[in-house]
Design a protein. Structure first.
Length: 162
């Protein structure tokens, strides 16, 4: 489920924020981070709205007075929150709204890995590939300067002209 969380997060946030100088690599890292729990067979803290908001608040608070640090790290919590949308965690009240819905849920095993079953997982990965091909063209990553900016800095320079 690597592509399904990584690619739609990058493309979707790029189209929404239209910010060429956001580090989209950090955004992808944030979107993939909750998979650590999923692979272990659990949905814990990383799958809660609380955690995404906590990371966002921490970055804003700890980076107070240093806008460059805030701007650099902001994609991480955005990626965490996009993961919650893409894996449907927002439909699981007990996990998504923790600790409001009770502290006892945190750390309990989830019966199955979300979207890990072969048919659904494969379909979502194919959608990820389709979105990646579309994004490659949209963000003109076939141009050497754009590809280099993305690889070295995480930037999508084609957004600058739009």
């Amino acid at each position: 489920m690597f592509l399904w969380f990584c690619i739609p997060s990058i493309v979707g946030i790029a189209l929404i924020f239209r910010s060429p100088f956001l580090d989209y690599r950090l955004l992808a890292l944030g979107a993939l981070l909750p998979l650590v729990e999923t692979v272990a067979g659990f949905q814990w803290l990383l799958h809660t709205l609380f955690f995404g908001v906590f990371v966002l608040s921490s970055i804003m608070f700890l980076g107070k007075g240093n806008r460059k640090i805030q701007q650099k790290l902001l994609p991480l919590p955005i990626g965490l929150l996009t993961h919650l949308v893409l894996d449907g965690t927002w439909t699981k009240t007990e996990i998504f709204w923790w600790p409001v819905t009770g502290r006892d849920l945190l750390g309990t095993e989830v019966g199955r890995l979300e979207f890990s079953f072969m048919p659904i997982g494969m379909v979502l990965e194919i959608f990820g590939i389709i979105i990646a091909v579309w994004g490659w063209r949209k963000f003109e990553l076939n141009k050497q300067v754009n590809l280099k900016a993305f690889i070295t800095n995480g930037y999508l320079l084609a957004l600058e002209g739009n």
